[in-house]
Design a protein around this ligand. Structure first.
Ligand code: NAP
Length: 388
């Protein structure tokens, strides 16, 4: 098959012919139709982790099942059928451990770490969902412990809030991919618990109309470039601040700013570790809770900075439960989570290193001044490539 291969020695990234992956007994082989880009894909290309000379890059994919592993033959699960439309994410080069990458014509993955794509959702849209939605769900349900529509996670915690006390959730970086999924999950949590949630977000004003609309349905949005925004958020959350906060950017001053709008005793989810996000945890009132999306894959990950994320069976069970939920009701046309707006880029895998990674790294900023089109500024969108 053709795949986007990182040479970890000379840091070149080129499309090469590599052997097709063989699905294990409980794996499916997916013919990849579309892939989406995440910051980590670019980061791994410029700062390779792998000890091996060659690694296939890429995390998010969507495609069709081409083959099922021997233990899955006859299994009554819609994902374990040849021709099924599925999406998921893999680690690619995001670990020292040797793992498959998604920027390829085929990828092998545990069937229960994929979700069924509704007919109304295209492969390009579906590719934007898996990694971002898992990251957001870990934040909303595992770290903030809000009631979940697909497990009992957090219900007891939520009940500890007095019934008459309004619940406020604040999302910083509401237009980011993680922020767009987090808001939808908060709204699903609201339906599950039948408790009104006041959802407050910080994003560029150009994205406010999108975010006030369904499925995000924010109650209030502030402009993160307005220095007065923390005061406006505290006021909207009843004066003392929000009980729950998510910093979907988690970079430098965003963490301290978000911390400043959290009520005493509140909960705080972040998505970058202090060293990677360049912030000082000692300066924060509320201890933020961090985690890595890779935990959902249930395997040990040797990561950047010599960090080892141990295999976590609970996190894997959570991930599998989220994806089962996302695919439930597909036969009746239900969409549980709406994909991010997508920018489908011209060209295929070959163009990812120049155009796709160029957009993620900000290297087109000069071009962006006067150019729209596929190299224009990325805001509230996922970059997607068609593979086949
Ligand atoms: N822990 C994990 O496992 C994990 C997994 C996935 C992602 N992440 C991290 O989560 C963060 C978000 O990732 P993503 O893929 O969701 O990002 P993304 O979609 O690429 O984020 C881009 C958006 O963020 C907004 N933005 C950028 N800088 C901002 C700032 N300083 N303040 C407010 N908004 C800002 C931009 O809004 P405007 O255009 O309107 O300015 C833009 O719409 C990244 O730091 C990523 O590394 C962590």
């Amino acid at each position: 098959m053709r795949a986007l291969v990182l040479n970890t020695v000379n840091k070149s990234t080129t499309v090469q012919d590599v052997p097709n992956p063989e699905p294990g007994p409980k794996e499916i082989l997916v013919r990849v139709r579309a892939v989406a880009l995440n910051h980590v894909d670019y980061m791994n290309a410029v700062k390779p982790l792998a000890a091996q000379e060659k690694r296939v890059l890429g995390s998010d994919f969507a495609g069709e099942v081409a083959q099922v592993g021997e233990d899955l033959v006859g299994l009554d699960d819609p994902r374990a059928k040849v021709g099924a439309r599925v999406s998921g994410f893999v680690q690619g080069a995001s670990s020292v451990n040797d793992r498959p990458g998604a920027f390829a014509e085929y990828v092998a993955i545990d069937y229960d770490l994929t979700w069924n794509i509704p007919d109304k959702v295209s492969f390009e849209e579906a590719a934007s969902v898996s990694l971002g939605a898992m990251t957001a769900a870990q934040g909303v349900f595992e770290r903030l412990q809000l009631p979940s529509p697909f497990s009992e996670t957090g219900v007891s915690e939520q009940r500890s809030i007095r019934e008459d006390e309004p619940v406020s959730v604040f999302i910083y970086g509401a237009s980011s991919s993680v922020g767009l999924y987090a808001a939808q999950l908060v709204r699903l949590s609201e339906k599950t618990s039948d408790r009104k949630i006041r959802l407050i977000g910080a994003a560029s004003p150009s994205k406010h109309a999108l975010l006030y609309d369904a499925p995000y349905s924010y109650d209030l949005l502030v402009d993160y470039r307005d220095p007065q925004w923390p005061e406006a958020v505290r006021k909207a959350a009843g004066g003392e601040g929000a009980q729950y906060a998510i910093d979907a950017i988690s970079q430098g001053s965003t963490v301290e700013q978000t911390d400043s709008v959290i009520k005493s005793g509140g909960k705080f989810a972040i998505f970058r570790a202090p060293a990677a996000g360049n912030f000082d945890i000692a300066k924060l009132k509320t201890k933020p809770i961090f985690g890595a999306v890779w935990e959902a894959l249930g395997v040990e990950v040797q990561y950047h900075g010599g960090v080892t994320i141990p295999a976590n069976t609970k996190a894997r069970a959570f991930g599998a439960a989220l994806y089962k939920y996302l695919g439930s009701g597909v036969e009746s046309g239900q969409i549980k989570l709406y994909p991010n707006p997508v920018r489908v880029m011209p060209g295929g895998l070959e163009e990812i290193p120049s155009d796709g990674f160029g957009l993620l790294s900000g290297s087109f900023k000069a071009v962006q001044q006067d150019q729209k089109g596929h190299l224009g500024p990325v805001s509230g969108e996922k970059i997607v490539y068609v593979v086949s």
